[in-house]
Design a protein around this ligand. Structure first.
Ligand code: GNR
Ligand code: NI
Length: 175
């Protein structure tokens, strides 16, 4: 049997139209939000991802989790993140996405950014980010706006990715 639920099933896969939903701000950081964040952190670790946006688990609220540490022991929760500043300098990154399995590509993004967000206690903080952390925060904030990284690629590449993933999804359903 191949019908058991796997952790992947809780993450939406491109081109699922729900990935294009614009998330609403979190109204209060309460136990419901903390439980959601804890659940997303677990899903992120189980899926070997460095970040996860609520959009990807079909929850359309402005919440994202990340852990770019080597030891996978520094989870970060960003609630209602706002971009305060982005460098003019941009860089092309190789990005991956749990919602676009097996595809690694990407467009240009600012090298460094400054973001304000609430943490899981509801406290406001700012984060200065560069390198993989900056890429990851921007990638996750895009998800909250309903944007997937393949939208930075050419329409031709995007169509090829769409076709490939739809075919893989149909094959997975048949098994
Ligand atoms: O696990 C992930 N790796 C990654 C690599 C380069 C740029 C962005 C990312 S985020 C991704 C997890 C994910 O899909 N988050 O939305
Ligand atoms: Ni992603």
């Amino acid at each position: 049997v191949g019908s058991e639920m796997c952790i992947r099933d809780s993450i939406l896969s491109y081109p699922d139209p729900r990935l294009h939903t614009v998330a609403k701000p979190v109204a209060v950081v309460d136990d419901r939000i903390r439980a959601l964040a804890a659940d997303m952190i677990e899903t992120m670790y189980d899926s070997k991802g460095v970040g996860l946006a609520a959009t990807q688990v079909n929850v359309h609220e402005r919440l994202l989790v990340m852990d770019v540490s080597e030891e996978h022991n520094q989870p970060m929760v960003l609630i209602n993140p706002e971009l305060l500043w982005a460098s003019k300098e941009r860089i092309k990154n190789e990005e991956g996405c749990l919602s676009v399995p097996g595809i690694y590509d990407g467009g240009e993004r600012p090298v460094s950014i400054k973001v304000r967000a609430l943490d899981e206690k509801g406290q406001s903080r700012t984060v200065d980010a560069e390198g993989i952390l900056a890429v990851c925060i921007q990638h996750e904030m895009d998800h909250l706006m309903g944007k997937v990284f393949v939208e930075y690629l050419s329409p031709l590449k995007r169509d090829r990715i769409k076709t490939k993933l739809l075919k893989a999804q149909r094959e997975a359903e048949r098994d």
